[in-house]
Every structure is written in structure tokens, then in C-alpha cells.
Design a protein around this ligand. Sequence first.
Ligand code: 7TS
Length: 420
Amino acid sequence: MSTGNSTAEPLPPVRDLSALRADFPILNQAVNGHPLVYLDNAATSQKPVAVIEAMDRYYRCDNANVHRGIHELSNRATATMENSRARAARFLNAARSSEVVFTRGTTESINLVAATWGADNLRPGDQILLTEMEHHSNLVPWQLVARRTGAELVFLPVTGDEGLLDLARLDALLTPRVRLFALTHVSNTLGTVNPVAELCERARKVGAVSLVDAAQSAGHLPLDVQAIGCDFLACSGHKLCGPTGIGLLYGRQEQLEAMPPWQGGGEMISSVDFHESRWNVVPHKFEAGTPNIAGSVGLHAAFDYLDAIGRQRIFQHDQELAGYAYERLTTLSGTRVFGPRTGRSGVVSFLLDDVHAHDLVTAADQFGVALRGGHHCNQPLMRKLGVPSTARASFYFYNTRAEVDRLIEVLREIRRFFGG
Ligand code: 7TS
């Protein structure tokens, strides 16, 4: 299936998701003499032909700068980009296109909110509530703004290896001193899926603004910002079959309108004088300079591609594969598997005997199996778990049970090699 537009083709039945592998040319190669088994999807997903070709077509036929010219190509590029924005709004079920800001990705989206909303609203004594499972992208920007404003960071704990949020502690921590509750939807290390709608509602009840880091969820499960009820949501295109260098910030219209601009430059202004300027309307107020137009085209194609499959089906597939991997890993003696046993996303972190995660991942690469080893930008969480790093397998809809079997086979080899 290669869908470059929103007219969905007939869907293959769930059991045939592996047929979609044909849409991903990169998967069909040998690495170190073995068929590639790509299990590093939490870092970045692979790209289907539909996305690659849409960007290629844009550069061949329509490329020009946006919102400037009055010539044909410029008008086409502008319409293309604004169409992508409308498509993104539909993908997130935002009420309006103007609630979608194009950014470089999740990291930039969160930094934008911290630097604008945060600097404008936080005062000494205010609290920012985060969780212990946040990626550095949803931690360090808040540390920076806390230092500037005198606000304080507080953390909702994680319950050890099982990796759930300790919701029994929420009432004590989510007090009216909390101005913002920022949390991840899906943990990139533990695979935990957090109940974000319930948590955003709890935030609202104490008058706190909420931000959801959807980097690991947007391409993996149905997402509806209105149902979640968040003020902000951030995600990256490259983790959901789209290109690198583009992502989204969803912000409720009232929030975006009340926020000061972030970067200054072309496009974000309505008029400029030598000493002062007036700002453009939302969302352009937050999009200084020439945007990633080709990226928005690829992102549009990725949204169409994923929705033609159906995110509920992708979630179901992720859960089945991760559940299977979890069970098989726990049957290997000497493995420690992190995160919840059930209801998890397609991310499984583990350790094998005394083999260091980096050695394990380097050895797996010799067998063509791409894993990730390290702290996964979760250093405080690693400290809490009492480990320097973990190995991580992360799945997407094009991965198969046979690939999980191959992973287990390779891990057995590695253990033999390291004398386990
Ligand atoms: N938030 C979460 C939960 C993430 O997993 C990541 C990236 C980010 C934010 C940052 O996304 P970016 O696109 O702005 O870089 N996570 C990972 C990972 O787990 N391995 O590599 C990148």
C-alpha cells in the first residue's frame, strides 16, 4: 500500500500488516551479512515510499518560499503547507488549524512553551509538576525556565521496575501551587502508557496548565487532543513515518494567543518599525523564518499513510509484539525486563546478566539486529532504577513475531559469547 493522499485504499486485514514492509525499501537489506532486523523505532521510524515520493514530487514540481510571493509556485507551496497544517489538525483532532504550530520536533515544541508560556506565567514559589519518567526534552527546558523565574520542579514518582506512575501520590503533589503539569504519554524507556486524559483533568481542577509529550504515542495510538483535554501537546514527524526536522506543537487557541512570540524574524510579524513590531496571528506568530515546507509535505503523506492503516490497529500490533517480546525475554535466564507486563506500548527495555547494554547492542549489530543501548535520555530514571543503562527493542507495525524470535536467538548467542 502506498498512499500519498487521503483517499484511503482498501485495508489489508490485521494479520497482513507485515505486507506493508514492501513500502519500506530500507528494511530490505543485509547488515553485517544478516537480514536487517530494525528494532530502534523509538529513536526514529523508517519512511514509506509514499513519504519519500511526496517530498521528491514537491521539490521536482512545486518548490518555492511560502507566504511571500504572488507567483504560481509560491502560491502552490503556501497552499501545500497550509493543507499539511489542516491535515495535522485532523490527525490530532484539534478544533482549528490555527492551533497547530510547525516546529522542528518535540524538543523544540516543549522549549517553545517553556520559553514563552513559562517565562510569562511562572513566578517564584510556583511549581512545575513533571514525572520521573520524562525524556530530557521534557525536563531540561523546565529546569532552564525554573532557574530564570524562581519556580520549583516537583516529580510524580515511578513505581520501580514495573514502571507505572505512582498515582496515589498525585493528590499530595498536584496542589494549587502547581502552574503546569507536563508529562509523557508513553515512556520511551519503560513502554508505560500513561492515562493522560485523566491526568490533564486533574491538572485542570487545580487550575494548572497541562502539556503532553506525545513523541512516542502520536504515531502509535489514536490521539485526540480534545478528548485528552490538554493545553499543549508536542510530537515529532520522524517517529511516525515522516521526515526529520519537522514536528508539531498543538496549543489551545486561547493559550497560544496569550503567549508572547518566541523567535523573532520574518513571517511572525504583521508590521515592523525601527523600534517596535506587531505580531502576526496565531500560529504564524511562532513560526519565524522560512519553515520546513518539504518536511510538512512528507508529514502530510505520513499522516495519510498511518490513518489508512488505522492507529488502533497499529497500537494493537505494537502491544502484541511487545507483549510477546516481554514474555520471551523473561523466559531467558538472567534477564531483567523493565516496564509494565501488560498494557504497554511497543518499547521493551531489558538487561542481560552482567553484559553491559552497550556491549549487548554492539554484539546484536553484528547479527544485523538494530537495538538501542544507553540511558535513552532518561538519566534520572536510570538512577532511580539503579542501572547506568538498558538495552531497548522498540517495535512498529512493520515488525514481525519472526523478528522477535530472531532477537531472542541473537541474545542467546550473545550470552554464550559473554560466557553466561
Ligand atoms: N520525548 C520523548 C518521550 C522521546 O522519546 C523523545 C525522543 C523526545 C521527547 C525528543 O524527540 P525529538 O524528536 O525532539 O528528538 N526519544 C528518543 C529515543 O528514545 N531514542 O532516541 C530518541
